[in-house]
Ligand binder design. Structure first.
Ligand code: GCV
Length: 700
C-alpha cells in the first residue's frame, strides 16, 4: 500500500492538494532512524508503510521481521499479536526497563500506547494495532525530541472513546444547500454531482490526517438526508463500503446519516411507525445487509423531527421509541445509533414570548432519560441554541444521567466566519469541555462524555476538496484542535496550536520558522474572542443574515418563525430567560448555575444578554455599560483584525506563496466584513438607544 503525501503541484495528473499537517518533512526525525515494527494486521501495515516511506526518504532503515534484538533507535511493538510479536514486544520492553516497569502494567486499551526512551531506544508499546498507529503519530509530533534524552514511560490513552466528524456532504448537489450544507471549502471529497468521487488517494490522505489528530469515526453524508442520499443505505451501499475500505487502515469507522422515513421512501411501506412490526423487520433486514457489506460499520446518525425532517412524532411516538427502533436493529452487530437532540419548533410566532428555542432540547429529551437502549447515543449541540460564537453550555448535558450523551461542536464555521475569517476555536471548545455543570470542582462536560460509558465528542467537519482542505488554510488548525481535544480535553489549546504549527509550517516551507510561529500565535490565539467582539454582543447570538448566515443583519431573525434572539427596543436588549420573569430556561440548569444565570448580579458578562433583558445603561462587571461595551468591543474587534492583517503581511516571502496569498485574500475579506459588522451593530444600537459613544467615535 502506498500513501500519498498531498503536495500542491503545477503538474496536471499530480496530487493537487496541500499536505496539511503531515508533509513528508514532518517525518524527517523518524525517517532518518533505524526502526523496528512488530505486529500484524491492516493498521500495523499502515504503520509499517508510513515508516518505510519515511525511511526511504530520509535514509533510515526498517525491520518488520526477526531478528528482534536489532539495534534500533525506535521500536513500535504490539503486545497482543501472538507469541512472535509478544517476544518482540518483550524484547522492546526489556530494552526500556526499568522505564516501562510499573507504568506498563495493565491494559493499554484498544487505542492506547506507552512511550518511553531508555538507553538510546525509543519504545512504543500497544495492546492493539490502533494504539501503535496513534503511537507512531505521537512520535511524529515529538519530532527530534522523541530521540533526545531519556523519557520516563508514559501511558497515552484517549479520554474519549468516540471522536467523530460528521460531514454534512450531499451526494447530489442540493438546490439550496449545495454539495455540502454549510461547507466552505469547495466540493465534497466523497461525492460529486450525484455520484461517488472515487478518489481514494485523497480519501486515504484524509484518513491519515484524521488518525494523526485522533479522530476515529466519521459519517459521510448530511444529516438532512435527501432522496439520493437516502439510498446510501440500500442500493448505493457500495459507495459507502468503498469509503470504509479506504479509511479502515487509519482506524476510522464509517457511519451513515439515515432518514427516519427510510421504510417508506426506500422500502415502499405505508408507514415508518417505530412500533409497527413491518417497520422493525425492514430496519433489521436493511441493517443486516449493511453489516454483510461493511462488517465494522459504525452505525446510524439521525436528525428526526427537526427542521422539517421526518421522525417518530408523525406517528404519535416519542424519540426513545424512534431511536430504540434503530438501536435494536444495530445491536446484534455492535453498531450505535446517534440520535440528535436538535429538536425545536421552527414555526414559532415571534409575538409569543413564552416559546424559547433554548429550552427545546431539554423539554423534549430529559423526560426520556433512562428509556434509550444502551447503544443509543444522544448527540447534543454544545449550547442550547445553535453553534453560536458564545452560548452557555447546554443544560441537557447535565440532565441525562441514564443516557449516553455525546457533545456536538461545529468545526465548519457556519456562525464563526465561514472560513473566510480567522476564528481559531480551540480555546472556546476547551472552555466548553472544562465547564463544570454541577459547579466548580465537580465533573466537567468532558467527564460526562468520556470513556466507554460516554458518547464522546462529535463535530461537523470543515473539509472539502479545496487544495488547502479547509478553504482558509488557518482553519485546518480547528480540525486538528478538535481531534486533539477529543483525545485529551485537558490539553492546552495554545500547545495544540503549537503542535499544528510545527507539523504544518515546517522549516522547509519557511525561511524563518520562529517568525512564522510567533505570527500565527499572534493572529490566531485570541481570534475567537476577536470574532466575538465585532459580531453579536454578550451572548445574544444570531445577528446574521438569514439563510446563508454570513455577515451582519441585526434584525435578520428577529421577527421570523425560527426564533427571536435579542428583543432590542429603545430601552434595552437581551432575552429574559429567568424563572422570575422570563421563559424559565435558567431552571433547566442544576445549581449553582441555575442561580448564577438567574441572577443579574452573578451572571457572567459574556452571557448577560443570553439570560437577561437589560437597559442599555446597565453596568457590567467590567464597569462599562452594556451600550458602551457594544461600541467599544466593535471598535476594538476591527482594530484587531487590522492588526492580524498587518502581521500576516510581514510573512510575505516567509511562507509558500500560494498559502500566503490565500490567507492574505481572506484577511482582506475579514477586515471588510468586520467593518460592516461594526458599523451595522453600532449604528443599530445607537439608533435604538440614542446613547452616544463616550469616546465620540464616528457611529453612522
Ligand atoms: C444540517 C443549523 C444549520 C443547518 C443544519 C442544522 C443542524 O440550523 O443552519 O444547516 O442542518 O443546524 O444542525 O441540523
Amino acid at each position: 500500500m502506498s500513501v500519498p503525501t498531498g503536495q500542491a503541484s503545477a503538474d496536471p495528473g499530480e496530487l493537487t492538494w496541500h499536505a496539511a499537517w503531515l508533509p513528508p518533512e514532518a517525518f524527517r526525525a523518524l525517517g532518518s532512524r533505524d526502526v523496528l515494527v512488530h505486529g500484524g494486521g491492516p493498521l500495523v501495515d499502515t504503520v509499517l508503510d508510513e515508516v518505510t516511506r519515511a525511511c526511504a526518504r530520509y535514509g533510515g532503515r526498517v525491520w518488520h521481521s526477526p531478528p528482534w534484538d536489532v539495534d534500533a533507535d525506535l521500536v513500535l511493538a504490539s503486545r497482543d499479536d501472538g507469541p512472535v510479536a509478544n517476544a518482540a514486544a518483550e524484547a522492546a520492553r526489556l530494552r526500556a526497563t526499568p522505564a516501562v516497569d510499573g507504568v506498563g502494567n495493565g491494559s493499554l486499551g484498544d487505542e492506547g500506547f506507552l512511550l518511553a526512551r531508555v538507553n538510546g531506544v525509543t519504545v512504543v508499546l500497544a495492546d492493539a494495532p490502533a494504539g501503535l498507529l496513534y503511537g507512531l503519530f505521537h512520535v511524529v509530533r515529538l519530532g527530534a525530541a522523541a530521540f533526545d534524552d531519556d523519557r520516563p514511560a508514559r501511558r497515552h490513552q484517549p479520554a474519549l472513546a468516540r471522536r467523530m466528524l460528521d460531514h454534512w456532504d450531499n451526494v447530489a448537489v442540493h438546490p439550496v444547500s449545495g454539495q455540502i450544507e454549510r461547507g466552505y471549502a469547495g466540493g465534497s471529497i466523497f461525492w460529486r454531482d450525484g455520484a461517488a468521487r472515487r478518489d481514494p488517494a485523497r480519501l486515504r490522505d484524509y484518513g491519515r490526517l484524521l488518525a494523526a489528530c485522533g479522530v476515529n469515526a466519521i459519517s459521510v453524508n448530511n444529516v438532512n438526508v435527501h432522496d439520493t442520499e437516502a439510498r446510501l443505505l440500500t442500493d448505493r451501499l457500495d459507495d459507502v463500503a468503498e469509503i470504509a475500505d479506504v479509511l479502515r487502515p487509519y482506524g476510522v469507522r464509517v457511519h451513515l446519516a439515515v432518514t427516519f422515513a427510510a421504510p417508506v421512501v426506500l422500502g415502499g411501506l405505508p408507514t415508518a411507525d417505530p412500533l409497527d412490526d413491518r417497520v422493525r423487520a425492514w430496519w433489521v433486514a436493511a441493517t443486516q445487509r449493511v453489516y454483510q457489506r461493511i462488517p465494522d460499520f459504525g452505525g446510524y446518525l439521525v436528525k428526526a423531527d427537526s427542521e422539517g425532517r421526518p421522525g417518530p412524532f408523525t406517528y404519535g411516538r416519542d424519540h426513545a421509541e424512534g431511536a430504540n427502533l434503530l438501536a435494536d436493529a444495530l445491536a446484534p452487530h455492535g453498531g450505535v445509533v446517534r440520535w440528535r437532540a436538535f429538536v425545536y419548533n421552527h414555526h414559532q410566532d415571534w409575538r409569543d414570548r413564552s416559546t424559547d428555542r433554548a429550552r427545546a432540547a431539554h423539554d423534549h429529551f430529559t423526560p426520556l432519560d433512562g428509556r434509550f437502549r444502551d447503544n443509543v447515543i444522544l448527540q447534543v449541540k454544545f449550547g442550547p441554541v445553535d453553534f453560536q460564537v458564545r452560548e452557555p453550555v447546554s443544560p441537557v448535558i447535565a440532565a441525562m444521567p441514564a443516557t449516553r450523551v455525546a457533545v456536538e461542536l461545529q468545526v465548519t464555521q457556519e456562525y464563526t466566519g465561514q472560513q473566510r475569517h480567522v476564528c481559531h476555536l480551540g480555546p472556546w471548545w476547551a472552555e466548553v469541555l472544562r465547564f463544570p455543570p454541577w459547579g466548580e470542582g465537580g465533573a466537567t462536560v468532558a467527564d460526562v462524555v468520556a470513556g466507554d460509558a460516554g458518547g464522546g465528542l462529535v463535530a461537523v467537519a470543515n473539509v472539502g476538496d479545496d487544495p488547502f482542505w479547509t478553504g482558509h488554510p488557518l482553519a485546518q488548525a480547528n480540525l486538528y484542535a478538535f481531534g486533539r481535544l477529543a483525545w485529551d480535553p485537558r490539553l492546552d489549546p495554545g500547545a495544540i496550536l503549537d503542535e499544528w504549527i510545527e507539523l504544518t509550517w515546517l522549516p522547509t516551507t519557511t525561511g524563518d520558522p520562529e517568525l512564522v510561529r510567533r505570527t500565527l500565535h499572534e493572529i490566531m490565539d485570541d481570534s475567537w474572542r476577536t470574532y466575538e467582539r465585532y459580531t453579536a454582543p454578550l451572548g445574544v447570538g444570531f445577528m446574521v443574515r438569514p439563510g446563508h448566515h454570513y455577515g451582519p443583519d441585526v434584525d435578520g431573525y428577529e421577527y421570523t418563525a425560527w426564533g427571536t434572539y435579542h428583543f432590542a427596543d429603545r430601552d434595552g436588549v437581551g432575552v429574559d430567560r429567568t424563572r422570575a420573569t422570563g421563559t424559565g430556561f435558567t431552571g433547566q440548569y442544576p445549581k449553582p448555575w441555575s442561580d448564577v444565570y438567574e441572577s443579574l448580579e452573578r451572571c457572567p458578562d459574556e452571557l448577560l444578554l443570553f439570560f437577561h433583558h437589560v437597559p442599555y445603561r446597565h453596568v457590567l462587571h467590567s464597569g462599562r455599560t452594556v451600550i458602551q461595551h457594544i461600541y467599544d468591543t466593535h471598535f476594538a474587534g476591527v482594530e484587531e483584525v487590522a492588526a492580524m492583517r498587518r502581521r500576516w503581511q510581514a510573512l510575505a516571502g516567509a511562507v509558500a506563496p500560494a498559502a500566503y496569498e490565500r490567507v492574505a485574500e481572506r484577511l482582506d475579506e475579514q477586515f471588510r466584513s468586520a467593518v460592516e459588522w461594526r458599523d451595522q451593530v453600532n449604528t443599530y444600537f445607537f439608533r435604538k438607544s440614542g446613547v452616544p459613544d463616550a469616546h465620540g467615535r464616528r457611529i453612522h
